[in-house]
Design a protein around this ligand. Structure first.
Ligand code: SF4
Length: 367
């Protein structure tokens, strides 16, 4: 893009209030953050910290860990202390673990009012403990565990039912003058989920945590999440996101970051502009794109690399990109910042692109 010009976005951000999850701001003008959840037993402190380190390296901003038992609660202090990113304890059923998580130094606690019996009676105590410790909460309403009272009223977890549950619990915390919480209203159906968040966004200025729950295996879950988050974020709704996949959590983070980058809500780092190939292709575009992507993985500077199969759009896209190749006749024309710098045989395209990318990255880091 043009230097100095911020890239276009689809909507102004909804005005939400800002809360802190440890060192990460959520809501207000804070960038939309990406969350994930560990899959290791929380009691296995080393394995959990190892996974958190991998998540951190992949760009995860905030991590959540499950706390189903007293043993898990006991592991929290070590995990909260050693994690490089803020840790949120995920609590269902047992309010006592909420207090344990706060005492353990977790940055946040997720509570599910639908799963905690007599939750409403505990709100005052939870609000006080959280406020004293500077811990923020998430009121996490889920279609699969909706408050039985609302399930009875609505017959099923409709968007309205999810929102009524969330707004009710929010009001209880607010009555105790506690405001440091975000809200989620997750549903497995992206359409119901979008409707729920749209309704919720109208009802207050709470920061919103987006999620399509039980979104499925990687391919389906990625698409469901991208469609649902894309719809909401393109209307300015959403302050932090979690992609739920039946896949390793690092994959969730990659998808989440890619969704934000696609909407220009996060700076694009490595971006491969590659063509789908067609009957005109004079090179194996799939393999070329894969090898270039693999060779440049982990690039920390924004770089757009065009990998094009022929001369129809090749030189045009390659010229627009920081770096690119337009292939034809067994050769690749290598472009850097719009200029052909050399023509190499097909077998040397990948290594040449990687070499040039590294050179550009170094010069950018030096800026
Ligand atoms: Fe086909 Fe060439 Fe377009 Fe690639 S750049 S899709 S090979 S016409």
């Amino acid at each position: 893009g043009m230097p100095g010009m911020p890239p276009p976005v689809l909507a102004e951000r909804r005005k939400s209030r800002k809360i802190k999850v440890g060192k990460v701001d959520v809501g207000g003008d804070a960038p939309v953050s990406v969350q994930s959840m560990t899959t290791t037993p929380t009691t296995d402190i080393n394995a959990t910290l190892q996974q958190i380190a991998e998540l951190t390296a992949s760009g995860c901003d905030i991590v959540r860990v499950a706390v189903p038992s007293a043993d898990d609660a006991e592991a929290l202090p070590a995990i909260a202390q050693k994690s490089q990113i803020p840790v949120i304890a995920d609590i269902h059923f047992q309010p006592k673990y909420v207090f344990a998580a706060i005492d353990a130094g977790c940055a946040g606690v997720r509570v599910n009012p639908g799963n905690i019996k007599k939750f409403d009676d505990k709100v005052g105590e939870i609000a006080k403990a959280a406020k004293d410790a500077g811990v923020s909460l998430r009121i996490g309403v889920n279609a699969g565990s909706l408050d039985p009272r609302l399930l009875e009223k609505y017959g099923k977890p409709t968007a309205e039912a999810l929102v009524e549950s969330a707004v009710w619990e929010a009001s209880l915390f607010e009555e105790h003058d506690f405001h440091d919480f975000k809200i989620s209203v997750k549903h497995h159906d992206p359409v119901v989920m979008v409707q729920a968040y749209e309704l919720l966004a109208e009802r207050g200025d709470w920061p919103l945590h987006l999620g399509v729950t039980e979104a499925g295996p990687a391919f389906q879950g990625t698409i469901k999440s991208a469609v649902a988050f894309g719809t909401l974020l393109s209307r300015g709704i959403g302050d932090t996101i979690r992609v739920s996949l039946s896949a390793p959590p690092v994959e969730e983070v990659k998808v989440g970051i890619q969704i934000l980058q696609s909407l220009n809500l996060r700076e694009r780092k490595l971006e491969i502009v590659s063509c789908p190939s067609c009957g005109r292709a004079q090179v194996d575009v799939y393999s070329l794109a894969d090898r270039v992507t693999a060779g440049l993985e982990g690039m920390e500077v924004p770089l757009r690399v065009a990998v094009m199969g022929c001369v129809v759009n090749g030189p045009g896209e390659a010229r627009e990109a920081d770096l690119g190749v337009a292939s034809g006749n067994g050769k690749g024309q290598i472009f850097v910042k719009g200029e052909v710098i050399k023509t190499v045989p097909e077998s040397e395209i990948v290594e040449t692109l990687i070499e040039e990318a590294m050179r550009i990255a170094e010069s950018m880091e030096g800026d």
